[in-house]
Design a protein around this ligand. Structure first.
Ligand code: URP
Ligand code: ZN
Ligand code: ZN
Length: 463
């Protein structure tokens, strides 16, 4: 089957141009002006629309166990919501259980996705234990297309690993070309501050933020980068939230160190006051790292503009307010950490970035699609509108108005972190490997059509 997209404006990370796009089967065949409509089975008129590579969300947690509950979107509801928002690829996280093999975790997450995923998906592996055959397991994962590993410097006794483990993992990636993704917060220090707060009877959601200072993030970012330098491997800081942490990444990059970092819409658009909402509603904004003081927001936008930050992901990790966030009613440490956002990333970054003049259109595409594709070993199959690439694309209507709300969103969660946000610019049509999966607000995809992506080691972080 072939589809011709006519009269659109193609936007890639490095160019914007008027062109038609011919799709044959699952791939883009040709991109140029004046492609004849004759042989195409379908012709789509994209007059007035932007034709962009589908969004790539490199940080999601679907069907993830956490704190005695499980994130409320599974691979079907989560990827469906992603598609509605113009995201055509995600990279989710499998979690190695302590004392178990990474292969077990990979099998478990493949099963979670099988028959459910609507769009293509890759997997990072969260490493909790490098004892026994851990280093060999990392190589085996790379062979399976798991080209990145997440390590936690926070959550002692749950996910946190010590510096020796981090350093050994970095050393292994120096050999096998995978990328270490770091949750950078000093978990030991934070734990002491948290215990003090609880002992003083400080149990409300706001104490989640007040017990996790930006310096604990910056210190861990500094340490992570230092260890990566010693090991001779790049490092990618996930969900960076503060100016203090950003300064560490910028300083390293200025010295030519291959340090990379992502931030998320919540850190760009929301601040710590959200956690003070009455009636326990602050719990809706409990995730880690926490929301910061307002003065950080502009610094993060500047970081995106000037390439001190390379990627915007969501860290989508939804828990319903009514029956999940409530677990921490009397103790903020029991509030499941995470917030929803997989559906709104492109809308929010386009509106507040491009429309408000903080980002060029090309930088927008770089941040939400091309850079994650490159860094995580999917480029040029994903992340670009070019002949030979997968036909994952979004027809974007820059004049469409939309109000974000839990009443209309497709994520399986009973609130929106961005309730009432008005955006201009939204998805008209979404194609995944040549198939229309969303058109004018209608879902046309199918659960299970999404494929596991074997990602390449030595992606863009290595070049
Ligand atoms: O609070 C968060 N971010 N939950 C998801 C797990 C993580 O650390 O990314
Ligand atoms: Zn994390
Ligand atoms: Zn996360």
């Amino acid at each position: 089957m072939s589809t011709l997209i006519r009269n659109g404006t193609v936007v890639n990370a490095h160019s914007t141009f008027a062109a038609d796009v011919l799709i044959e089967g699952e791939r883009i065949k040709e991109v140029r002006q004046g492609i004849p409509s004759n042989p195409a089975d379908h012709v789509v008129d994209a007059t007035g629309l932007l034709v962009m590579p589908g969004g790539i969300d490199a940080h999601t947690h679907l069907d993830m166990p956490f704190g005695g509950t499980t994130s409320s979107d599974d691979f079907e509801t989560g990827t469906r919501a992603a598609a509605f928002g113009g995201t055509t690829t995600i990279v989710d996280f499998a979690i190695q259980g302590r004392g178990t093999r990474m292969r077990d975790a990979l099998d478990t997450w493949w099963k979670k996705a099988e028959g459910r995923a609507v769009i293509d998906y890759g997997l990072h592996m969260i490493v909790t234990d490098l004892g026994g055959a851990g280093l060999e397991d990392m190589d085996e994962m790379v062979d399976e297309g798991v080209a990145s590993f997440k390590l936690f410097m926070a959550y002692p006794n749950v996910l946190m690993v010590d510096d020796a483990t981090i350093f050994r993992a970095l050393g292994q990636t120096a050999k096998n070309g995978a990328l270490i993704c770091m949750h950078a917060e000093n978990g030991g220090v934070i734990d002491v501050i948290v215990q003090r707060a609880l002992a003083e009877g400080k149990t409300a959601p706001i104490y989640h933020a007040l017990t996790r200072p930006t310096t604990a993030e910056a210190e861990a970012v500094h340490r992570a980068i230092a260890m990566s330098e010693i090991a001779g491997a790049p490092v990618y800081i996930v969900h960076l939230s503060s100016e203090d942490a950003l300064n560490e990444v910028r300083e390293a990059r200025d010295r030519g160190v291959p340090a990379f970092a992502e931030t998320c819409p919540q850190y760009l658009l929301l601040s710590i006051e959200e956690l003070e909402r009455p009636d326990f509603e602050g719990a809706k904004y409990v995730f880690t790292p926490p929301l910061r003081e307002k003065k950080n927001l502009g610094k993060l936008w500047d970081g995106l503009k000037h390439d001190h930050l390379q990627v915007v992901s969501t860290d989508h990790c939804p828990f319903c307010f009514e029956d999940q966030k409530i677990l921490g009613k009397d103790d903020f440490t029991k509030i499941p950490n995470g917030g929803p956002g997989i559906e709104n990333r492109l809308q929010l970054i386009y509106h507040h970035g491009v429309n408000e003049g903080k980002l060029s259109l090309n930088r927008f595409v770089e941040l939400v699609s091309a850079a994650p594709a490159r860094i995580f070993g999917m480029y040029p199959r994903k992340g670009v509108i070019a002949a030979g690439s997968d036909a994952d694309l979004v027809l974007w209507d820059p004049s469409a108005d939309h109000v974000i709300s839990a009443k209309t969103h497709h994520m399986r969660v009973d609130y929106s972190m961005f309730e009432g946000f008005r955006v201009k610019g939204n998805v008209r049509t979404v194609m995944s490997r040549g198939e229309v999966i969303v058109d004018r607000g209608q879902f046309l995809g199918k659960a299970g059509r999404g494929q596991y992506l074997k990602r390449q080691a030595r992606g863009g972080a290595w070049s």
